[in-house]
Write a protein that binds this ligand. Structure first.
Ligand code: NAD
Length: 256
């Protein structure tokens, strides 16, 4: 498949899953707009090495006006957003009655509301061109819960719901909208949770195994590259009638 001439915007793509997906789309020929904090130069260099056009926009996904500026930037640089991957996300673990209000608000803003803003802003151009792919990176926690993750679970269930609504609103067009629901992927977001556990388990390797054993029957991590290949499939013509799906890639997590 070739994505030459298409432009992909991947939020939160300076590391982890977002970067893995961006690399896969760039390899298929798409122009890329990266977004996220941290070392954007390293991410830009990795994508550029594949030969495509790539930019970075530093929009903070908690700020609607910055999201508007990012979509306008993508339109000015490349003429529009054809593939929108809503991936930016954060995590905080605490019992609901002790959950910091500021963390709740940040998780809902970054993990859920930002996808509403990017979608409402990018969709008119997709409709005009009668082609588009909106891929929301939800989670196994978009379909099942875990204790201590009320904000994350609420946001990810919301993101699955948003994907279904947008899929229905675009059902007769060339635009599709779907969610991908990963199980554990070894990224900075999960390493932080392993490090927290290691403080109790006393050992990082044991903590990592315990984290997997609790939820993921394969006892192995999903990789950003595997998720990138799934995103690439959702961009293909073969996936033109995959609409409103919540596609889990989770080592068996949700089969239980
Ligand atoms: P990560 O921490 O490696 O990457 C998160 C990205 O989001 C980074 O680029 C970061 O800079 C960016 N980001 C954070 N706050 C932002 C903000 N306010 N504005 C703009 N960018 C911001 O995490 P990851 O594990 O790659 O997670 C990516 C997505 O995948 C998240 O939505 C996460 O919930 C989801 N997910 C992860 C796992 C996993 O096991 N790692 C499993 C299921 C779903």
């Amino acid at each position: 498949m070739t994505l030459h001439g298409k432009t992909a915007l991947v939020t939160g793509s300076t590391s982890g899953i977002g970067l893995g997906i961006a690399l896969c789309l760039a390899k298929a020929g798409a122009n890329l707009v990266l977004n996220g904090f941290g070392d954007s130069e390293a991410a830009l260099a990795e994508v550029r090495a594949l030969g495509g056009e790539v930019r970075h926009h530093p929009a903070d996904m908690t700020r609607p006006e910055q999201i508007e500026a990012m979509i306008a930037y993508a339109e000015a640089e490349f003429g529009g957003v054809d593939i929108l991957v809503n991936n930016a996300g954060i995590q905080h673990v605490a019992p609901v009655e002790a959950f910091p209000v500021e963390r709740w608000d940040a998780i809902i803003a970054i993990n859920l509301s930002s996808a509403f803003h990017t979608t409402r802003l990018a969709l008119p151009g997709m409709r005009e061109r009668n082609w588009g792919r909106i891929i929301n990176i939800a989670s196994a926690h978009g379909l099942a819960a875990s204790a201590g993750k009320s904000a994350y679970v609420a946001a990810k269930h919301g993101l699955v719901g948003l994907s279904k609504s947008v899929a229905l609103e675009t059902a007769t067009t060339g635009v599709t909208c779907n969610a991908i629901c990963p199980g554990w992927v070894l990224t900075p977001l999960v390493q932080a949770q392993i490090d927290e556990r290691a403080k109790v388990d006393g050992d990082v390797a044991r903590a990592r195994h315990a984290l997997l054993a609790e939820k993921q029957p394969s006892l192995d991590f999903v990789t950003p590259e595997q998720l990138g290949e799934l995103a690439l499939f959702l961009c293909s013509e073969a996936a033109a009638q995959v609409r409103g799906a919540a596609w889990n890639m989770d080592g068996g997590w949700l089969a239980q």
